[in-house]
Design a binder for this molecule. Sequence first.
Ligand SMILES: O=C(O)CCC(=O)C(=O)O
Ligand SMILES: [Fe+2]
Length: 427
Amino acid sequence: MADRPDLADLRRRAEAGEARAQYALAAALSGAGAREEAERWLRAAADGGEPDALYTLATRRCGTRASLPDAVSLLERAAAGGSPAAERLLAVLYADGLGVAADWAAATRFALSAARRGHAGAQREIAMLLFAADGEDADAADLIEAAARRDAVAAAVCARRAAQGRAGADRALARDCVKKLAAARYPNAGALAAALSAGEEARAPYVVPSTESLDWDRIAEKLAAPPPAPVASAERLCEAPAARVFRDAFAAEECEYVIAAGAPFLRPSQIADPRTGESRADPYRNSLAAVLGPVDLDLALVAFNRRLAALAGRPAENGEFLALLCYAPGQEYRPHGDWLPPGPDRERGGQRAATALLYLNDDYEGGETHFLAPDIRFRGATGDVLVFENAGPDGAPDPASRHAGLPVARGVKWLASKWFRERRYAF
Ligand SMILES: O=C(O)CCC(=O)C(=O)O
Ligand SMILES: [Fe+2]
């Protein structure tokens, strides 16, 4: 079959050694199902230093700890070639010490570089780091509003900030954001619209702040240290299982951030088969889930992971990937223990010793987290974190930690969950 004229032109330029054309040809061929040929051109483009091709190859090296150093070197070449996506992923790898020694200063330098060059995703992640230290930070408010027209996560945060009546949050901009989010089928757009319409009227027209006038040196200074550890105080929910609640550990806009960042990756949830340990879908857990691995993170999510680890009293590196869960009416997670059966997965990182659940919304009915043996039903308010131990210090499962996510009766329940291993999580 003859190529279409544009494809023929791309192929001619690709064959002449033009790396950008090689990358574009690879994308076109992959879209048309010609996998093998696409792969050859992708590698050729990467060999020629094409930043997007290098980034694509790097993302495939982020699936295991062993291949992360390769990812870092591919990303460093892509970043030197001007890829903001590579800078943002490098920021995550440097922050968490994945494939490279942990270096917060280097992490923020990469994210700031992408943000200064106008990348909306980088601007919003930096805004959230600033908000984590000061919920009314003026630079953060400018950054998030500047990003909101180009970035769905920033738009969702702006709408939530306005709905919460945050100082300086522009209601007219927020309404515009919600319209665009609804058009883009953001699954929490309806809830945002309802929350916004409860407040006073918008004053229009709004002015989107410019990032030209931002003082980036001042922002870099504020980012010199990671956001401070939270000062949430624990309430004991029960002794057996050992479960405690941290009220208001996350702001409503941070919860919205997690929903918006994870929503594009939602898929039917998986469970670990109790006999084989393999992951598979099962009616036992029929919610949707998005498991956010290194490629899906940014510095804001890194900071949220650290906060959850601090609340759970566990090293962040012992945490499995953060999972965003979405339960529609009737959906549930039937009674289970979070501990793992014996097998290679458990041997590598140890038992799933503790669970942290972050409640991301509360405009639904039903859906309580139910501990079966003590018969305690817990309903988190937005931003609450529940931490419980699944196993004793010897790694033996604690049967009292068996629990369920009860069926949702009305509305949608959003939750983020994180399981902590006894040792560093091996992936
Ligand atoms: O949905 C819930 O309340 C419980 C979730 C849960 O059990 C889990 O993620 O392990
Ligand atoms: Fe669970």
